[in-house]
Design a protein around this ligand. Structure first.
Ligand SMILES: Cc1cc2nc3c(=O)[nH]c(=O)nc-3n(C[C@H](O)[C@H](O)[C@H](O)COP(=O)(O)OP(=O)(O)OC[C@H]3O[C@@H](n4cnc5c(N)ncnc54)[C@H](O)[C@@H]3O)c2cc1C
Length: 445
């Protein structure tokens, strides 16, 4: 077992100052029945329940905030239960990672096509709860697009299954109420552990195609030009295998790269005029690997002086904000500097896809962001910057944290989750939908 499997407080977000006295129990169930027994203990004592997968989520949701709660890990529920190559699905327990699932599928020529960069540690339960995806989301969709059915244990101990047509639940009153509200997989996607504990997911799988890929890189004068190119790629439905932009990067880490640039890996049978649209120049396999490595190392390397932080993990530029990306980034950087935070790097998946709070899909680019934080800056002060960025994103038409959604600022999604929770019980991860959520998060930076 790895160290992360033992340490329930460990999480990748900047919200790590937990009050451990409020954690009344830590459980690692191996079966659904054990989980039901655990939820019963929480219910009888009046504690909340916080589900936790790999702890790689960046929104702080898997910390459970500051409530008296029990923490329940899915890491011992990580088996692949059924593989149907013919019907192209796999039933899997929530604690399995995409890498673990694919280690079983790839020898069969099949693959589960959801690939966040964290796919070696993130669990399918966590990925669905954050509606994650990777740099292939443009081609393969987010986790919800790859989910056929979900099974969950609710706070009252009953088992619920939900698919794209509706809900079945042992508790018929809950079933009726949820079906009248039209609950589907959409509602579980991005629910951040607020509805129940996911115990099983039926995920879509597809064959691994055989084709030759070639690499290329394109450079642009500014981010508005890059945004225009991405908008054209989206319009033309260009098929790419890998699309990663480096929008800006600190000189200490960017080597000889000259951002803004777009790294592409494309199949030979591409239907659109990708070279014409993007202006990319073909590069060798070795050079492609070098670009990919530099990109992947950006969040892992510090400048020669100072330390980088993931203050605000993701910006989703789409529609007008995609075409005005440079103007938007300038405003965002000005705001960061007004909080004494120095922009360090912005890079990410493009073209990409994500869902808005009303379940409509958005297409654009997901830019991850890193900043240099002055050592004297307190946690609550840093969090003030986060709040200001959320407000600025709203003004600019940029989705904050699109991949692992910023649950606290999406009013439409929050209202929907609250509506669903009224029907199925409110004992899971309560702090997230509370009006004091911001204060709680600020206290944990
Ligand atoms: C280096 C790094 C790279 C990353 N790259 C990407 C990326 O490319 N794309 C992307 O989308 N994300 C990325 N992330 C973010 C993160 O990996 C995702 O948010 C991931 O989906 C979280 O999965 P997890 O198992 O770690 O969940 P956790 O962090 O443990 O939990 C996340 C949320 O899911 C809930 N949850 C977990 N398990 C269950 C369950 N069984 N039932 C109900 N609720 C549950 C938790 O309560 C919490 O609200 C990255 C993170 C890191 C650290």
């Amino acid at each position: 077992m790895k160290i992360r499997d033992y340490v329930i407080g460990a999480n990748a977000s900047m919200y790590y100052r937990l009050n451990f006295k409020k954690i009344k129990g830590v459980y690692y169930p191996k079966s659904e029945q054990e989980l039901i027994d655990i939820v019963k203990i929480a219910r009888e004592k009046g504690y909340g329940v916080t589900p936790k997968g790999g702890g790689s989520g960046l929104s702080g949701a898997c910390t459970g905030g500051d409530r008296e709660r029990i923490m329940v890990s899915s890491l011992r529920m990580n088996r692949v239960l059924t593989i149907s190559k013919d019907q192209k699905y796999v039933d899997v327990q929530p604690g399995a990672t995409p890498d673990e699932i694919n280690a079983m599928l790839e020898p069969m020529g099949m693959k589960f096509w959801v690939a966040p960069s964290s796919r070696d540690i993130a669990t399918v339960g966590g990925i669905l709860s954050t509606d994650g995806g990777g740099n292939d989301t443009w081609r393969n969709g987010t986790m919800r697009d790859n989910t056929l059915r979900v099974r969950m244990v609710l706070y009252d101990g009953s088992i619920l299954t939900v698919d794209w047509s509706g809900v079945k639940c042992e508790n018929k009153k809950i079933e009726k109420a949820l079906n009248s509200k039209g609950m589907t997989v959409h509602d579980v996607a991005g629910s951040h552990g607020t509805l129940g504990f996911i115990t099983e997911i039926r995920v879509r799988i597809n064959p691994i195609p055989k084709h030759t890929l070639s690499g290329g890189v394109a450079h642009y004068d500014d981010l508005n030009e890059l945004g225009d190119v991405l908008a054209k790629m989206i319009n033309e439905k260009c098929s790419i295998w890998y699309g990663e932009a480096i929008a800006e990067a600190h000189p200490d880490v960017r080597g000889d790269m000259k951002p803004p640039l777009l790294i592409l890996e494309v199949p030979e049978e591409n239907t659109c005029d990708l070279k014409g649209i993007t202006g990319y120049k073909p590069i060798s396999k070795e050079k492609l690997q070098q670009y990919k490595d530099t990109r992947i190392k950006l969040p892992k390397r510090n400048p020669n002086e100072g330390m980088q932080v993931a203050l605000f993990e993701g910006y989703g530029f789409h529609g007008t904000s995609l075409r005005k990306m440079q103007d938007c980034v300038n405003e965002i950087n000005d705001l960061l500097r007004s909080h004494d935070l120095e922009p360090f790097a912005k890079y990410g998946h493009g073209p990409s896809k994500w869902y808005l709070g009303d379940n409509s899909p958005a297409y654009g680019i997901v830019l991850h962001s890193r900043e240099i934080r002055p050592p004297e800056k307190s946690g609550p002060e840093v969090f003030e910057a986060v709040k200001d960025i959320v407000a600025l994103c709203k003004k600019l038409g940029v989705t904050p944290k699109p991949e692992h959604k910023w649950p606290f600022s999406d009013e439409v999604k929050n209202a929907r989750l609250s509506e669903i929770r009224q029907a199925l019980g409110e004992g899971f991860n309560e702090f997230l939908l509370d009006s004091k959520c911001y204060d709680v998060l600020a206290s944990m930076v």
